[in-house]
Design a protein around this ligand. Structure first.
Ligand SMILES: [Fe+2]
Length: 392
């Protein structure tokens, strides 16, 4: 597979380590901020993850307000409300504390604080003209990667379409990775977010727009997730495993911010808009089907993935070795009780033409390693619904 011309830009400063969240206040003060809007959700608040961060802001002398109305698959409406809250408080920095939904909402709010019109008018690549307010991201799950990416995903509730806004201005200024904040994640969230990170890394590694730089991040992220996700799921409280997952998720984010993703995300985003399926679970269930579809386009890359996930491929043909990558993903799904089809997730085929049409609107289809037409997307969805990997 030939490589497209590429560039590499990752301007986000990353601070990582157990207990580093205690330094949030001084780190944000050093950016020159004078008033902070914390963007989060009620679950993060209830889990008491804000305590350490609030204390840190207080001791740095930084006043703050909390906007905790972020919902899963955040809507344009929530970004409008958050922007209103920010303007009322006259905050000059936006601090996301939470999963991908909180970070994506914070990006939207920081953007709309400085730019005219409505968030939905910025769909696509490079439409932002004025730099947003500084964005600081503290992920409380190991999955999104949004703390180091140049995009935000917003759901238009009127059309159920998930809109992606992509711009170099959306790279957060600072990402603070503290594994202590992820120690008490419930098993289903560890599974969903960890498989989201794995999907990012696999789609990035095989993307047509990948480069040697993004591939280095992606393949190491795959290896770290292969070694740490299942133990994190079953143990939960091992800080080293949790830190490795947080770092792997961030590295997958660095990779896909450069390379974009592929058909899994193109399709799963349409589910999120229509069925409210957790993003990571939709990805995990779809991933083996898209991998099978993509195998003939780049078997050697899937062979690398199989090896990174710990499979022995000695003596196997390229296609047999590549198949081992699918086997590894199916085993991970099974260990974490993720269904091997999308029917069990509540996806219905009634809206199939809309799912296909919305999937094809995603820029991720264009960088998927195997050339993909609408009929291919339809077939992948139908096979994933039936739970059959045959004839893909
Ligand atoms: Fe994702």
């Amino acid at each position: 597979m030939s490589s497209l011309p590429y560039k590499y830009l990752m301007p986000t400063r990353v601070e990582c380590g157990k207990g580093i969240a205690e330094k949030t206040g001084e780190l944000i003060r050093d950016l020159g901020a004078s008033r902070v809007l914390i963007v989060t959700d009620k679950g993060v608040r209830a889990a008491n993850l804000l305590g350490v961060i609030e204390r840190s802001l207080q001791s740095a002398g930084l006043p703050y307000e909390i906007f905790d109305e972020v919902e899963p698959n955040p809507s344009a409406q929530t970004i409008r409300k958050g922007t209103q809250a920010l303007k009322q408080n006259e905050s000059d920095a936006v601090l996301a504390v939470g999963g991908g939904s909180s970070i994506d909402t914070a990006k939207g709010v920081a953007l709309m604080a400085k730019n005219p019109g409505d968030i939905l008018e910025y769909e696509g690549v490079g439409k932002i003209e004025v730099p947003p307010l500084p964005i600081i991201a503290i992920p409380t799950t190991a999955g999104t990667g949004s703390e180091v990416t140049n995009s935000t995903v917003v759901t238009n509730k009127e059309t159920s379409f998930k809109t992606a806004v992509i711009s170099p201005y959306l790279f957060p200024t600072l990402a603070i990775l503290d594994p202590a904040l992820t120690l008490n994640l419930p098993q289903p969230i560890t599974a969903a977010t960890g498989m989201d990170a794995l999907t990012h890394a696999i789609e990035s590694y095989t993307s047509k727009a990948s480069s040697p730089i993004s591939q280095a991040f992606a393949i190491h992220a795959i290896k770290m997730i292969g070694e740490n996700l299942i133990p994190s799921y079953f143990v939960g409280t091992d800080i080293e495993q949790r830190e490795n997952m947080l770092v792997a998720s961030m590295m997958a984010g660095v990779a896909f911010a450069q390379s974009r993703l592929g058909n899994v995300h193109a399709i799963s985003h349409t589910f999120g808009g229509v069925f409210n399926v957790p993003h990571g679970i939709a990805n995990a269930a779809l991933l083996p089907f898209v991998m099978k579809f993509n195998l003939p386009a780049c078997p050697e890359r899937f062979r690398d993935i199989a090896v990174a996930l710990g499979k022995d491929v000695a003596g196997l043909s390229p296609m047999q070795a590549a198949e081992k990558a699918i086997e590894a993903v199916l085993e991970m799904n099974q260990a974490m009780q993720i269904p091997n089809n999308i029917k069990d997730l509540g996806v219905s085929l009634e809206l199939l033409p809309k799912l296909v049409e919305d999937s094809m609107r995603s820029g991720n289809v264009l960088v998927n390693p195997r050339l993909t037409r609408a009929a291919d997307i339809q077939m992948i969805i139908e096979k994933a619904y039936a739970g059959s990997l045959q004839d893909l």
